[in-house]
Design a protein around this ligand. Structure first.
Ligand SMILES: NC(=O)c1ccc[n+]([C@@H]2O[C@H](COP(=O)([O-])OP(=O)(O)OC[C@H]3O[C@@H](n4cnc5c(N)ncnc54)[C@H](O)[C@@H]3O)[C@@H](O)[C@H]2O)c1
Length: 394
């Protein structure tokens, strides 16, 4: 490294020095970044819903972004779920500050090389790449575990060795709690299941819920393994790590498909006339839904004031949740046509009857953050953004 580059880097690092548990890291505006070395963010799954939102957000904040993306979503769910067009769009828009590397996160040497080349300039790692479906995991447990658990280990270890001061953000899932939420004393209302208002989890489930003694599905297990690894790299090695245990993550850039991407796929079926199947619980199962932009805003808030081994449940909370029946009604209203749907008795194994995340712990730690989209706003955006594309493709 030249002396000038070294001087730029040390200025940048000292101005961004994290204070692990209390202080905040001041992120200078993009204009100032440009006068110094650009900080680097590595984002896995950069063509996916959360990855692509993260690329856009952090490029605009002045980062040099390296994406790791092999379009495995198309292998999991078929060509209709491909994220290739999103990667192309990001490259054409942000090509000066964004590179997409076709790397499989299971490829330990490949991941290692990326971190080695990027070196200590890596300030932020956002790990979103995953096999994300319960049902798919049961069809190929080795691949599911390889991507979700071993892939995460490869990234953590490369970060530890080459960029130990980086913030490591992991997209975990509420499925780490397995089906324990299904044992809550839910009452059946006309359109949804609901907790009694005096129940301690009425405002949302927090991380005091056990992750033991429940059916997780193989997907839940591979994500729980990754979640524990992320926590351990925080505790054992003192790295700044966080697990965001997501409810339903959503937004207009989701490549929604039958096995993954609930609101996006539901709206797509409503618009195109494709038949939709609701699995179990009379359609009254409740999910909370967080827009990808709100989640990525939470990533940035965490990165400004990182902690070690943090865990948060994150979703739409009380502000943004719906049952299947309520979501169908909303889609039909927005799209102006009826959905062709059927209800089958059997639920998906490990699927939740009711999930609302308690957002208060995150809000307490990061008071400037909040949810800005409710379900109606998310669905409208999905509709407006995709109408032309989906109707043309059908
Ligand atoms: N979408 C949800 O409702 C939801 C809910 C809870 C948690 N999560 C978690 O959040 C994360 C992001 O979810 P999403 O909805 O953006 O997923 P997504 O499927 O839209 O994006 C993931 C991306 O990772 C890529 N990928 C998969 N395997 C890869 C590999 N081996 N190497 C490189 N790239 C690979 C895929 O091609 C895809 O583009 C995932 O970890 C998921 O488990 C999602």
């Amino acid at each position: 490294m030249s002396m000038l580059a070294a001087a730029c880097k040390s200025t940048l690092i000292s101005s961004l020095e994290p204070s692990r548990s209390t202080g905040s890291r001041s992120l200078p505006p993009a204009a100032i970044y440009n006068l110094r070395a650009m900080p680097t963010a590595i984002i896995t799954g950069s063509g996916g819903l959360i990855g692509s939102e993260s690329v856009q957000h952090f490029v605009q904040a002045g980062y040099d972004v390296i994406g790791l993306e092999n379009n495995m979503r198309a292998r999991f769910f078929g060509p209709g779920a491909s994220t290739a067009h999103t990667t192309e769009r990001l490259l054409s828009r942000y090509g000066d500050s964004f590179r997409s590397l076709e790397i499989d996160i299971r490829d330990r040497d490949g991941v290692e090389r990326v971190f080695q080349d990027a070196g200590a300039g890596v300030e932020l790692v956002i790990h979103t790449a995953a096999q994300p479906s319960h049902d798919w995991a049961a069809s190929d447990p080795q691949t599911d575990f390889g991507v979700n658990a071993n892939g995460t280990l490869n990234l953590l270890d490369a970060t530890r060795r080459h960029a130990p001061d980086a913030t490591f953000i992991f997209c975990s899932t509420n499925k780490v709690y397995g089906d324990l939420p299904n044992y809550l004393p839910l009452v059946e209302l006309d359109e949804r299941l609901e907790l009694p208002s005096d129940h301690r989890y009425y405002g949302g489930i927090d991380t005091t819920m056990s992750i033991d003694a429940s059916t997780h599905s193989l997907f839940g297990v591979s994500k729980a393994a990754a979640d524990l690894l992320v926590q351990e790299y925080g505790r054992y090695f003192g790295m700044a790590t966080v697990c965001f245990r997501g409810g339903c993550l959503t937004g207009p850039n989701h490549a929604g498909t039958m096995l993954h991407g609930f609101l996006s796929y539901l709206m797509r079926c409503t618009m195109t006339g494709e038949r939709y199947t609701v699995f179990g619980y009379g359609g009254k199962q409740v999910r909370d839904n967080i827009h990808s932009a709100d989640l990525v805003a939470a990533f940035e808030a965490f990165h400004r004031a990182p902690r070690s081994a943090a865990i948060y449940n994150i979703g739409g909370g009380r502000a943004s949740n719906c049952s299947m029946l309520e979501a169908i009604t909303a889609c039909e209203r927005i799209a102006g046509r009826e959905l062709d749907w059927t209800l089958v008795d059997d639920n998906r194994i490990g699927d939740h009857r009711w999930w609302i995340s308690d957002l208060e712990p995150f809000r307490r730690d990061y008071p400037d953050w909040n949810i800005t989209y409710d379900v109606e706003a998310v669905l409208r955006e999905i509709y407006e953004h995709n109408a032309e594309l989906w109707l043309a493709a059908h």
